[in-house]
Design a protein around this ligand. Structure first.
Ligand SMILES: *Cc1c(COP(=O)(O)O)cnc(C)c1O
Ligand SMILES: [Zn+2]
Length: 372
């Protein structure tokens, strides 16, 4: 039976409860038995909805889609080592967050919720606003005051109400949490349906590799929405006997804001308080990630690791990647800097896979400043 289960106290709730956290305050996960019918897939459209029986949504009538998913894999060379890169910057709103927003807002529609709130440093806000526009759901997006102009324009263009919050990214999260008290919190860091959207990254990767798992998957970690999506997705494929091993999950953090790297290194059982410094990878600068220890546990369990990269390395990776024809945003370049570092230190001959998470057009002013 499908249900919501608390990651802290193990309390359970019906899957269709209109709630986004446990009464104890803990984050909820979804207990769910996905089905994979590989034969049927051949005749389906190349979108993330081809894995329909593995997505926790009751009725097809509630699917809110902009045609997202099944992004291309390309090969890139890093110091003689070939790495596969999934081009998730090519999603409808320009970042992989559409994976999570597509399923989450479909569920919002299914639950009959008419207003949602979300907070974001930009891209999650764009994704939630776009899918709400498609679904006809009202939405309020809380963003830090210094969010890139292009992202603010995109959020308002979709018709969302924008709330600019002075102070830090954490102040924005707190303001949204207060507003969420009386409304549905369509949060990419709290809401479990978001993660069952991002898990389609793992499904697509395995299908594109002929239903094999890569050896290592390198993804960015702020809140860890893609990393936890990978953990869920690969585990579901493993559980269903579709693949025969879990990949190592490697999380990349900015050296200026790396609480989970620290927790991992120290073998800690709680996320430490850190002094956060500004970074050009502002999309992953999350000092208090809602599911921090879940992310650390997922990395530990997979036999992976955390890598940190400084701003000079991120800038070099941005220059290098754009110079090869791929226009990505600085936050997205942090992951590529992490890839360079990881492959320099390991050569086990296994398939290494990573991702472009966000399109350069979203951060044109910043790219001009860095590379112009
Ligand atoms: C959201 C985002 C990330 C990091 O995602 P988290 O869920 O915070 O780990 C990385 N890159 C881009 C472009 C993003 O929009
Ligand atoms: Zn609980």
């Amino acid at each position: 039976m499908s249900q919501l289960v608390c990651s802290t106290c193990r309390a359970t709730y019906p899957l269709n409860d209109v709630r986004w956290k446990c009464d104890c305050g803990g984050a909820l996960d979804i207990e769910f038995a996905p089905l994979f019918d590989r034969k049927q897939l051949k005749s389906r459209k190349p979108t993330m909805w081809r894995y329909r029986e593995a997505l926790p949504l009751d009725s097809d009538a509630n699917i809110v889609s902009l045609g997202e998913g099944f992004t291309p894999l390309v090969e890139m060379d890093f110091d003689g080592r070939t790495v596969l890169i999934k081009q998730d910057q090519l999603f409808p709103t320009g970042s992989y967050k559409d994976r999570g927003a597509a399923l989450l807002i479909s569920k919002v529609k299914e639950l009959g919720v008419q207003r949602v709130v979300e907070d974001s440093s930009g891209n999650a806000g764009c994704a939630v606003a776009a899918y709400c526009a498609r679904a006809g759901v009202a939405c309020e997006i809380f963003v830090p005051e210094d969010t890139a102009a292009a992202k603010l324009a995109q959020i308002t263009a979709y018709g969302a109400t924008l709330k600019k919050v002075p102070g830090s990214r954490e102040d924005t999260a707190r303001a949204a949490l207060r507003a969420a008290a009386g409304r549905y919190y369509a949060s990419h860091s709290w809401n479990p349906f978001f993660f069952h959207g991002t898990k389609t990254f793992a499904f697509e990767v395995c299908e594109q590799l002929g239903w094999k798992s890569p050896g290592t998957v390198i993804v960015p970690v702020g809140n860890g929405t893609l990393l936890l999506g990978c953990a869920i997705g690969f585990r579901e494929l493993l559980g269903a006997g579709v693949i025969d091993r879990m990949p190592k999950l490697v999380g990349v953090q900015s050296a200026n804001c790396a609480p989970l790297h620290r927790a991992f290194k120290d073998g800690a059982d709680a996320v430490p308080h850190i002094e956060k410094k500004p970074t050009i990878a502002e999309g992953i600068a999350i000092a208090e990630p809602a599911r921090g220890m879940q992310v650390v546990e997922a990395v530990r369990r997979s036999g992976g690791e955390f890598v940190i990269v400084d701003d000079a390395e991120i800038e070099a990776a941005l220059k290098d990647t754009c110079g090869k024809g791929f226009y990505i945003e600085p936050t997205s370049a942090a992951t590529i800097a992490g890839v360079k570092k990881h492959v320099a230190g390991s050569n086990d001959g296994d398939t290494v896979l990573s991702v472009f998470t966000g399109h350069g057009l979203k951060a044109a002013e910043k790219v001009v400043k860095l590379l112009g």
